[in-house]
Ligand binder design. Structure first.
Ligand SMILES: O=C(O)c1cccc(C(=O)CC[C@H]2O[C@@H](n3cnc4c(=O)[nH]cnc43)[C@H](O)[C@@H]2O)c1
Length: 213
């Protein structure tokens, strides 16, 4: 079994590689930031070699009350949360408009196995929908609106849906892992804990090998 892990930036890639500790069954490649770059770069990788699993991995924002800074989230579902139209009555998703789907299902068996492996390793892990946004949430009102619209939303990031759409297009199972660097809500760069999140991402990557066994 061979897996492709896509991270947005080099610091995330290096954290994943440290955790994987030279496991040759994994390739770790750069997605770029945002869903469009992520979809293009993942599709390019998938066209160049055969993979049995694709993983979107990186840091992300955690929804308050669902995933605290320093913890990990394994996606139960990957949702393009801002793909739709804003109306007088509120947001309407692509699904509601009848133009397609904003959701990609993860491999629930592999997600459950990964979550169990993280728990066994003593890592603080949550399971829940991970939202992909093109514009990071920066106000309490926007965070609250998203949490209401997607019950149980655990984390937010900017690449998962792009990576997942590319994998889905080839019928390859997909997972998303987010290490929480900040709370979803009012912009406060001073409060970001990127170093802690990268350490959590490295720890998560050291148990990800177990999903292939
Ligand atoms: O400068 C800011 O205030 C700011 C706010 C949110 C996100 C950014 C980024 O540069 C994010 C780039 C990168 O990190 C992931 N990420 C991490 N936390 C979040 C989040 O709360 N919402 C969305 N994305 C997040 C994302 O996947 C990107 O790869 C700057």
């Amino acid at each position: 079994m061979r897996a492709l892990v896509m991270t947005a930036v080099e610091a995330e890639r290096e954290a994943v590689l440290r955790g994987l500790n030279g496991d040759s069954r994994f390739e770790v490649s750069l997605a770029g930031v945002g869903p469009i770059a992520a979809a293009i770069n993942t599709a390019t990788m998938l066209a160049s070699a055969n993979y049995d699993l694709v993983v979107s991995a990186g840091i992300g924002g955690g929804f308050v009350g669902q995933a605290e800074v320093g913890s990990l989230v394994v996606a139960s579902e990957i949702i393009a949360a801002d793909l739709g139209v804003q109306t007088q009555e509120g947001f309407m998703s692509l699904d509601e408009l009848g133009f397609g789907s904003t959701r990609v299902q993860v491999s629930s068996a592999l997600a459950a196995r990964l979550t169990a492996a993280m728990l066994t390793a003593g890592l603080p892990v949550h399971s829940g929908p991970v939202l992909t946004v093109s514009t990071a949430t920066g106000t309490a009102a926007a965070a609250s609106e998203l949490a209401t619209r997607v019950p149980g939303a655990a984390a937010e990031a900017m690449e998962g849906y792009g990576v997942a759409a590319a994998a889905n297009g080839r019928g390859i199972p997909v997972l998303e892992i987010r290490a929480i660097s900040n709370a979803v809500g009012p912009r406060d760069r001073e409060a970001w804990r990127i170093g802690d999140a990268l350490k959590a991402l490295e720890a998560a990557s050291s148990v990800i090998v177990e999903v292939l066994e």
